[in-house]
Write a protein that binds this ligand. Structure first.
Ligand code: ZN
Length: 161
């Protein structure tokens, strides 16, 4: 009997739109899902930045698929205190998660500058505008040291962030 690669997850209604929850416990460091889709050099409302000039979009490019098991990651909500981080094209648990916890990541820790900024309702930040790492001050960046995407770390190391 083989252990499934990914934990079972569900897309359900959230306070605004939808969200994703884990249906079983997830150990810290476990890969929760892989971001699949078309890679383009520019961001859009539902894209996730996975490289310096790589934004993964929830579609197949020219052909829009109706397969509901694909691109579920587009329902992942932002949190300033996320339960997961993005490593390359993988979503990874930041800590041990209980069954029924919402899967979130920090959009400010993947996006350099967002196509569509919005007001955060995570409850932890007091309602900040989420618009990307470029717009964070030094304190806000330091808060995210545990889950900043590698391409943003590299950008800071090169002194252009
Ligand atoms: Zn917040």
């Amino acid at each position: 009997m083989s252990v499934p690669l990914y934990p079972r997850i569900s897309v359900r209604p959230a306070s605004a739109g939808s969200g994703i929850w884990c249906d079983e416990p997830v150990a810290v460091g476990r890969i929760v899902l892989e971001f699949d889709g078309a890679v383009r050099p520019t961001p859009a409302r539902y894209s996730v930045q996975v490289g310096a000039h790589e934004h993964i979009h929830p579609d197949d490019g020219a052909v829009r698929t109706q397969d509901p098991t694909r691109f579920r990651w587009r329902f992942l909500n932002h949190s300033c205190v996320p339960t997961c981080r993005v490593e390359g094209r993988l979503l990874v648990a930041l800590r041990d998660l209980a069954a029924g916890e919402e899967l979130t990541f920090d959009y400010n820790a993947t996006e350099w500058s967002m196509a569509e900024p919005f007001l955060c309702t995570c409850g932890a930040c007091g309602g900040s505008v989420v618009q990307g790492f470029a717009h964070l001050d030094a304190a806000a960046r330091a808060q995210r040291s545990g889950w900043i995407a590698e391409h943003l770390v590299e950008r800071m190391a090169h002194g252009d962030a």
